[in-house]
Ligand binder design. Structure first.
Ligand code: SF4
Length: 279
């Protein structure tokens, strides 16, 4: 069987940086505490836990004097304030691209410009963005139930994992509700990494018999990548671990395309590729 890798796959720069920073810190002075999964992948989390990373549900579970890691998604200002109040050491692994989006929201608030964030308001990254706007922001993935000023100074931006195209469509739908005198700007805060994975996967899917998408069911970006492969019209298989490979389903293909979500570690991709080649 031929196994062809997508030209972009696996860990994005922000996740790789966060894992490297936190793993390195754990090797030097474990334990390192975190309030959120460093990455939505059970293989990576298991390795980090073995190195001394402790995932906890609340600040109360963190002992005095401990080090607490912020994940690549960043953290709301209230969380950071609570960590400082406890005089806990903060290991900030916020992705620089998320940090840029945070700076955009802060600059908007400083300029009395209301930010409308196209994104999942329950997502940690979006909560971090909203927390920096001092009340001058809202977030949603559709216009349904979304409340925002229809005049004055507005900015429309996005959660970093959205595509620029989707942001443009969202912004256009907002414009329809605005007073013509509204001063509205669109700020592209999206990250190129997820889009690069979708594009590479779609291109590859058109040239193979089937696609294999490697990653965790808990990873939204891996699920989106799988959906993009399914849309190509070719068979797609979601595989989260080497044991999940079903030879009866895959052995009949001559050419398999391989891709992986931004939270999927290199070792898992390598392992699954090797096993596919042996089918
Ligand atoms: S997808 Fe982009 S913004 Fe999100 S963590 Fe990765 S590099 Fe950073």
């Amino acid at each position: 069987m031929d196994v062809i890798r997508a030209r972009v796959l696996g860990f994005c720069g922000g996740v790789r940086r966060a894992v490297t920073l936190i793993e390195g810190a754990a090797e030097r002075h474990a334990p390192i505490y975190t309030l959120h999964a460093i990455v939505h992948n059970e293989h990576v989390m298991r390795r980090l836990v073995e190195k001394g990373v402790r995932l906890v549900d609340s600040l109360a579970q963190i002992p005095d004097g401990a080090t607490v890691a912020l994940t690549a998604h960043g953290a709301p200002t209230a969380t950071i304030a609570a960590l400082r109040l406890r005089e806990l050491e903060i290991l900030d692994a916020t992705c620089p691209i998320v940090r840029e989006a945070q700076d955009v929201v802060v600059a908007n608030a400083n300029a009395h410009r209301f930010s409308i964030v196209y994104g999942d308001r329950e997502h940690l990254e979006v909560q971090g963005l909203l927390s920096r706007a001092r009340g001058l922001a809202t977030a949603a993935e559709s216009l349904e139930g979304l409340e925002f000023p229809t005049e004055g100074r507005l900015a429309i931006l996005a959660q970093t994992t959205k595509s620029p195209q989707a942001l443009a469509v969202f912004a256009e739908s907002i414009r329809g509700f605005l007073d013509p005198r509204t001063d509205v700007i669109v700020q592209d805060t999206t990250c190129a990494e997820p889009t690069a994975r979708y594009t590479a996967a779609r291109e590859l899917a058109a040239t193979v018999d089937a696609m294999v998408v490697v990653g965790s069911e808990t990873s939204a970006n891996t699920r989106n990548l799988f959906a993009a492969c399914c849309e190509s019209g070719h068979p797609a298989h979601f595989i989260s671990s080497p044991d999940a490979i079903r030879p009866d389903e895959l052995a009949g293909y001559a050419r398999i395309g391989l891709t992986a979500g931004a939270s999927t570690p290199d070792a898992l991709i390598d392992d699954i590729e090797a096993r596919l080649r042996r089918l």
